[in-house]
Write a protein that binds this ligand. Structure first.
Ligand code: ADP
Ligand code: GLC
Length: 489
């Protein structure tokens, strides 16, 4: 059945992206649109928005709309752009909130920015006379939408049968702010609906509030859905998640193979496919040249493309990478930005092993594609990983992943087992340098000593199918289920 679905998100590739959330919001909404649903994604018109391909059209009846947020009198306008897929994206233009550098900020009014986005989305729906079947919220930034529906907008019959889905992409970011913020986001009169222990401790938690009031909660892999109900991975929310476990479901992310497939990739110089692998070698040559690494196609090239945060497990590389580089058994190319200690380490590798290790600090979509296409082994030793997209991209590009068995990495990479001729990557369990060292050593030995095995391993990875067709269907069934419950209640 065709549904109307409002996507409320802070990121949307290619316009605003810091990580996988942008990819997932864009690809899932485009997929649902192609399935015939009326999908309308809303995101901020950040000043730093990637403007390429963005042909903004003002929505004439949604210009200069007043938005009172506590003591702040704001106003916003809506602009749209039509994507080649036929999907229309809605941008909330509110310079007071989004007219500054970057996507996320560290200023005092971060709560106002995203509560403001959430309110602007609801105000826009009202003025469009559009009461979507589903409000699909993503992460803490739009997690207040369910409570706003319950309170500030409860009078409006337009939203009477709307249901809410909150997708958890990462519990590491919860949106925790001083409780004084309540007045500014117009929820002071509903303080009783917030988690009382938090209020007593002087703060509010956007994500937790979303967990309390969303009709259903999803997260981006089955294993992460189980992990977050434990103290080890729940980041303080495990009790609440356990209470709501009947409404919590893990759905592994899909991959947009239009963008991330070596035979269709618009960015890489040499397309290739499972039966035409020559292009991979040529991409490796280009990549080595571009990164000023030695022109050596025989030594395995390790790769990193990542936000540089503790989540990604780079602490395990401190002791394990240098010996592999020093022995000449491996080369390294890394792309990333984030925490200084990891950037410094990668910088140190580059200067200690010139020609063998290269680090590009920053963000580059083109280089990310070339790395996937040209490298041999992808490193993702994450401490925790809700889903992870890069390991799935790597599989498709024949770049064998080394991953830790956690979250979506456990769900998408099968451990290499030469005896049974199975597996798609190297999987280690314990978050220790020994675990990482074992996996790296096994990968390098397999590459160097059994090239035929390596080819089979690559092939099995390239054959995996993580397309949105399969995963999108699960979201559709979920929407049907909660709306069915609503229709029959
Ligand atoms: P996360 O969302 O936790 O960062 P994912 O693996 O889900 O992890 O998604 C990361 C996405 O961000 C991928 O599309 C990856 O290519 C991209 N990415 C991360 N860092 C960079 C970077 N420095 N330059 C280009 N793309 C990057
Ligand atoms: C988050 C997670 C990552 C996931 C992405 C998209 O940023 O860290 O594991 O793939 O969201 O869901």
């Amino acid at each position: 059945m065709s549904r109307s679905i409002c996507f409320a998100t802070s990121e949307f590739t290619p316009f605003a992206k810091t990580g996988g959330l942008g990819d997932v919001a864009a690809a899932l909404s485009a997929h649902l649109h192609r399935q015939g649903h009326d999908v309308r994604p809303f995101l901020p018109l950040y000043a730093s928005l990637q403007r390429e391909g963005l042909n903004l059209t003002p929505v004439d009846f949604l210009q200069g709309i007043p938005l009172q947020m506590g003591r702040f009198q704001l106003s916003f306008s809506i602009f749209t752009t039509l994507l080649p897929s036929g999907l229309t994206v809605y941008f909330v233009h509110c310079p007071a909130l989004f007219g500054r550098d970057g996507i996320y900020g560290k200023e005092w009014d971060e709560y106002l920015r995203f509560a403001g986005l959430t309110r602007a989305i609801l105000e826009s729906c009202q003025r469009m006379g559009w009461g979507p079947d589903i409000f699909h919220c993503h992460d803490w930034h739009t997690a207040l939408l369910p409570i706003y529906l319950k309170t500030v907008y409860s009078w409006d019959r337009l939203f009477e049968s709307s249901r809410t889905v909150l997708t958890l992409h990462n519990l590491g970011y919860q949106g925790i702010f001083p409780s004084q913020a309540l007045a500014d986001i117009d929820l002071q009169d509903h303080a009783e609906l917030f988690y009382q222990e938090d209020l007593q401790a002087g703060h509010i938690n956007f994500l937790k509030t979303g967990l309390l009031y969303a009709s259903v909660i999803t997260t981006v892999s089955r294993t992460y859905a189980a992990e977050i109900q434990t103290a080890e991975h729940g980041m303080g929310l495990e009790g609440l998640l356990r209470k709501r476990r009947d409404s919590l479901i893990g759905i592994v992310n899909g991959v947009d193979y239009e963008e991330w497939s070596p035979d269709r990739d618009q960015v890489i110089p040499h397309p290739f496919s499972i039966d035409q692998m020559e292009g991979k070698r040529l991409n490796k040559k280009t990549l080595l040249e571009q990164m000023k690494l030695e022109d050596d196609l025989e030594t395995p090239l390790l790769a990193i493309v990542s936000r540089l945060t503790a989540q990604k497990g780079f602490d395990l590389l401190f002791d394990t990478l240098a010996p592999a580089l020093a022995s000449g058994r491996a080369r390294l190319v890394a792309l990333g930005s984030g925490e200084e200690r990891y950037a410094e380490f990668l910088q140190w590798l580059q200067s200690t092993f010139p020609g063998r290790a290269a680090f590009h600090r920053g963000y580059s979509n083109d280089l990310a594609h070339l790395i996937e296409a040209g490298a041999d082994i992808f490193l993702m030793p994450s401490r925790y990983e809700p889903c992870g997209l890069n390991q799935m991209y790597s599989l498709r590009y024949g770049t064998v992943p080394i991953v830790r068995k956690t979250g979506g990495l456990a769900d998408t990479v099968q451990p290499y087992d030469p005896e049974h001729d199975t597996g798609t990557g190297f999987v280690f369990e314990h978050f220790t340098p020994t675990g990482m060292g074992w996996a790296l050593d096994l990968a390098l030995r397999t590459f160097h000593e059994t090239p035929e095995e390596w080819k089979k391993l690559q092939r099995r990875g390239m054959e995996q199918d993580f397309s949105w067709h399969r995963q999108g269907r699960i979201y559709e069934q979920l929407y049907d289920k909660i709306l069915g419950q609503a229709e029959s209640s």
